[in-house]
Design a protein around this ligand. Structure first.
Ligand code: F0G
Length: 481
């Protein structure tokens, strides 16, 4: 939520009380330098003890509610027929209106099941944008991902409210070119993660559905960030300001044939599921659930998490929860823009993003601007962010490097975890870094894994720039900061 102050300023306001806390420490710059070197300039390899604000991801890192924790205490650990599962299935019926629920241990496990059941070699899967694990699963099974976003999606300095929309002309074209038999489904990702947490509009989704259905093609929604997408529709799309988040979520779910999600994001738990009201689709996926995930009533999740997702699903449609991250992200982005920093606009869900190509214009894609900036941000602030650029792209089948469309550094804002003063600190250190940005050079792989290399790759800073940046920081702030 946001609130208007008497001086006219609007600030994010927390609609919760903090009752359990986790201590965090700010390691001094000298320690940050050795931690970054030990981590191979890969923020995934840092340890929590070396991180001040963990803005790597909002996945599984949200604050849970008292009701979620309470539900975990009464979970039913039965292997088969767990009552916890039936609470989840009821929540899915009440919130999504979907009759069938297939639990999976997390979002990528749901993607694996969908790929296994629906994708055959030579298929193409049109979507508004890929997510890293989606691309890996769909392509491992022989499919090809086709991103058919609108031109505005790649403009990081935009005012377009719905950069997550699918380009409908391109969809017609793809269907004409490949034919419906090679298109198992169209995938629409809510609050499109890799382009900066940008939503699709309901008008666009309705059209996507109409076109897909005209050709007998299924519509699959990745609902990992569904409540934020609904929150933006309510704020930004004409005709929705008096609709509830629940009504908007229901309308999205009525349009799709299948939904899958990571329960680690909007639902503020850990786990995932696939849901549908189409019995035939449900029965095609169901046999594979115990093969890859676990029995039908836990799907690889702890039953404690099943309980937590069931409660999280009901809570995420409350406006205070749906907007918990989005409103702090908006404040963060507005402050960055005021300071003249190249933040992605409009503000999205899940995270504030910096455009690393604009921040570090001297670096080419294969010097990894977003990876370099993520490392520099850590050195200058102790804030752990995530590279979402060329390092996050794997090489193609011939081993060639692929330049990412965008080079973003993601400052995830997990729901109900950080405060306005944390954001003020981040903005201050980023201003400093922007003034010293000419000290930052590129990175080079020392160890490069063959798939999802961003997780486990190790890199070196070209020309030892890390040391020079830390020396400049210490000269300005002293040795203890
Ligand atoms: N789809 C979307 C849109 C996601 O953001 C994620 C995960 C997944 C699928 C995979 O789900 O992690 O539960 O297996 N996003 C996390 C992130 C990892 O940091 O943005 P998962």
């Amino acid at each position: 939520m946001s609130i208007r102050l008497s001086n006219g300023q609007t600030i994010p306001i927390e609609m919760h009380k903090v009752r359990i806390v986790q201590k965090t420490t700010l390691p001094p710059a000298a320690r940050r330098l050795s931690a970054m070197e030990e981590a191979g300039y890969n923020t995934f390899q840092l340890r929590t003890r070396d991180v001040f604000l963990d803005m790597l991801t909002d996945s599984g890192t949200n604050a849970m509610s008292d009701n979620q924790l309470a539900a975990m205490m009464v979970s039913d650990d039965a292997y088969a027929g767990s009552e916890s599962f039936y609470k989840l299935a009821d929540a899915v019926k009440d919130i999504f209106g979907h009759q069938y629920t297939l639990p999976a241990h997390q979002g990528r496990a749901a993607e694996h099941l969908l790929a296994k059941v629906f994708i055959k070699p030579g298929d193409v899967i049109p979507m508004n944008y890929h997510f890293t694990t989606t691309l890996a699963h769909f392509e491992i099974l022989g499919g090809k991902v086709l991103e058919i976003y609108t031109d505005e999606a790649m403009n990081t300095q935009s005012a377009c409210p719905f950069k997550g929309n699918l380009d409908l002309e391109k969809l017609h074209h793809v269907i004409h070119e490949y034919g419906p038999s090679r298109i198992p489904f169209v995938r629409m990702e809510a609050t499109t993660n890799l382009i900066g947490g940008q939503p699709f509009s309901l008008a666009n989704l309705r059209e996507v559905k109409r076109i897909a259905a005209d050709h007998g093609i299924l519509l699959v929604v990745d609902g990992s960030l569904i409540s934020e997408n609904a929150y933006f529709i309510r704020q930004r799309e004409e005709g929705f300001s008096d609709k509830s988040i629940l009504e908007i979520v229901r309308e999205i779910m009525d349009l799709c044939d299948l939904c899958y999600l990571s329960g680690r994001k909007s639902c503020s738990a850990r786990g995932g599921f696939i849901s549908t009201s189409n019995k035939e689709l449900y029965e095609r996926i169901r046999p594979w659930l115990p093969v890859y995930e676990g029995f039908f009533t836990y799907g690889g999740m702890s039953t404690k998490e099943v309980e937590a997702i069931a409660v999280g699903l009901r809570e995420m449609v409350e406006p205070e929860v749906a907007g918990a991250s989005a409103d702090l992200v908006r404040h963060f982005v507005e402050r960055l823009v005021e300071a003249g920093l190249p933040a992605v606009t409009p503000p999205g869900g899940l995270a504030a993003h910096l455009d690393a190509r604009l921040f570090l214009p001297g670096l080419g894609s294969f010097e990894y601007p977003a990876g370099s900036l993520a490392a520099a941000v850590y050195l200058a602030s102790g804030i752990r962010t995530m590279e979402r650029g060329t390092i996050s792209m794997d090489r193609d089948r011939d081993g060639k490097e692929l330049a990412s469309d965008l080079e973003l550094v993601r400052f995830a804002v997990p729901r109900r975890v950080y405060s306005v003063s944390h954001v003020e600190y981040a903005v201050d250190r980023l201003r400093w870094l922007y003034a010293r940005r000419d000290l930052v050079r590129g990175l080079k792989f020392r160890r490069e894994p063959p798939v999802l290399r961003f997780f486990d790759g190790r890199l070196d800073a070209l020309e030892g720039w890390g040391e020079r940046l830390v020396a400049a920081f210490q000269a300005d702030f002293g040795p203890d900061c």
